[in-house]
Write a protein that binds this ligand. Structure first.
Ligand SMILES: [Zn+2]
Length: 409
């Protein structure tokens, strides 16, 4: 319930739904405002408020103003009730964060990693950072109310397991939630990195539009889809994997490059960061990483700029297909390679506007990510708080507390 909108009688009547209204209000709500927005009676609001206050989910606003024994009338979400832990994991680096219950980042660290070191090595470093953050914030593991982790590969959303990831050696079928379960008693959300990025960009920057596509140009090429304000994962969690669409339908023979997934001629095998490193190296340029490719392109080196232009055209082809299928309002381009903005955006825009239907491009915007590499962290933090405060969970939680609670006068 992203906007706290009350949608059905069942939702409207529950304490969990009322909490959603408070979450959607930055400055909290008075009882009268809660009555008006929920459509509930004052008696019903008092009863539900008592439950939410007893569970410490809400607290009175401006306690200092409560003089003369007058009870507080304004209440807001108790953002310090607990904390959430986040790890946004890419192929070569991870951003780990501790956030409060309104998804504001309180601590954050970036570390270089190699995802191919496998789950034990990578997750033990995540766990160490989690421990350090909790220590510094004076929090215990029991105060962790939710964990969100994303990975640069396909995730079966229901089981939280990584499935046949092309670049994540040793991660296949690994149960990431189970790794953290002995240490924390809270939900663990596992997500594909581009989905988290799309969600973060949508909630923080493009909340006014319901449909966006996030294109991540890093080591690989991936897209995250937000449709009607929610992540679109497809039937099995594999939606949006454009990096492994073949550039030509019948790529065979010796001219089509081999992709990391084992197939020939995937989009990523031409336009992914790893492919650009491969091609520049073959041309004798001194490059070992995507950072080197970006440096060469920004310095205006001929081979690098030519390859970037070619990559932009190829990515534009994939994006224009998505535009024709999904008709998003906004395409957000992020990931390391997005740093080469001038070459990249001109190329992508040119192809997308030429190949897509006029109706789909009339109001289409193609923009760089506005979150400076933090779209994943912000998206995960909001996915986790949405889960922690889901109507069903809150109703269950306050249901166990409901005996013996006296309504607020
Ligand atoms: Zn592939």
């Amino acid at each position: 319930m992203p906007n706290g909108t009350v949608v059905s009688p069942w939702l409207r009547d529950s304490p969990g739904a009322l909490l959603g209204l408070f979450r959607a209000s930055t400055n909290g709500l008075t009882k009268s405002e809660a009555v008006r927005r929920s459509g509930l009676s004052r008696t019903a609001i008092n009863q539900r408020l008592s439950l939410l206050l007893a569970a410490r989910l809400l607290q009175p606003t401006d306690v200092g103003a409560r003089t003369g024994g007058r009870p507080a009338d304004r209440f807001h979400l108790n953002r310090d009730q607990g904390v959430i832990l986040i790890a946004d994991t890419g192929a070569t680096g991870m951003r780990v964060a501790l956030c409060d219950m309104v998804a504001a980042v309180l601590e954050e660290a970036y570390e270089r990693i190699d995802i191919t070191d496998g789950p034990a090595a990578v997750l033990s470093r995540v766990k160490r950072l989690f421990d350090e953050f909790l220590d510094r914030q004076g929090r215990t593991p029991s105060e962790v109310l939710g964990i969100g982790i994303d990975v640069p590969g396909p995730v079966d959303h229901d089981s939280g397991r990584v499935v046949s990831p092309p670049i994540m050696t040793g991660w296949h079928d690994f149960d990431i939630s189970a790794y953290f379960r002995p240490h924390y008693e809270c939900p663990v959300i596992v997500e594909k990195d581009v989905n988290a990025m799309a969600f973060g960009e949508h909630r923080l920057v493009h909340a006014d539009t319901s449909d966006i596509v996030f294109v991540k140009l890093g080591t690989g090429v991936g897209t995250g889809l937000v449709i009607d304000g929610e992540i679109y994962r497809g039937a099995d969690g594999a939606a949006g994997d454009v990096g492994h669409i073949p550039l030509e339908a019948n790529a065979t023979g010796t001219d089509a490059p081999v992709c990391r997934c084992g197939n020939l001629g995937c989009i990523e095998a031409y336009a992914g960061g790893w492919a650009l490193v491969r091609d520049l190296k073959a041309l004798g340029r001194p490059v070992d990483s995507i950072d080197d490719v970006i440096r060469e392109a920004l310095e205006g080196r001929q081979d690098a700029t030519r390859l970037m232009r070619q990559a932009a055209t190829i990515i534009g082809t994939a994006v224009s297909d998505l535009v024709n299928i999904l008709n998003p309002r906004t395409i957000v381009i992020g990931g390391q390679l997005a740093a080469v903005q001038e070459l990249l955006f001109a190329g992508v825009r040119e192809v997308v506007y030429r190949r897509s239907l006029p109706l789909a491009t009339r109001e289409l915007r193609i923009v760089p990510s506005a979150l400076d590499g933090r779209a994943g962290v912000h998206g995960l933090a909001r996915l986790v708080t949405d889960e922690v405060y889901s109507v069903e969970r809150i109703n269950r939680l306050v249901g166990t507390l409901s005996q013996g609670v006296t309504p607020v006068a």
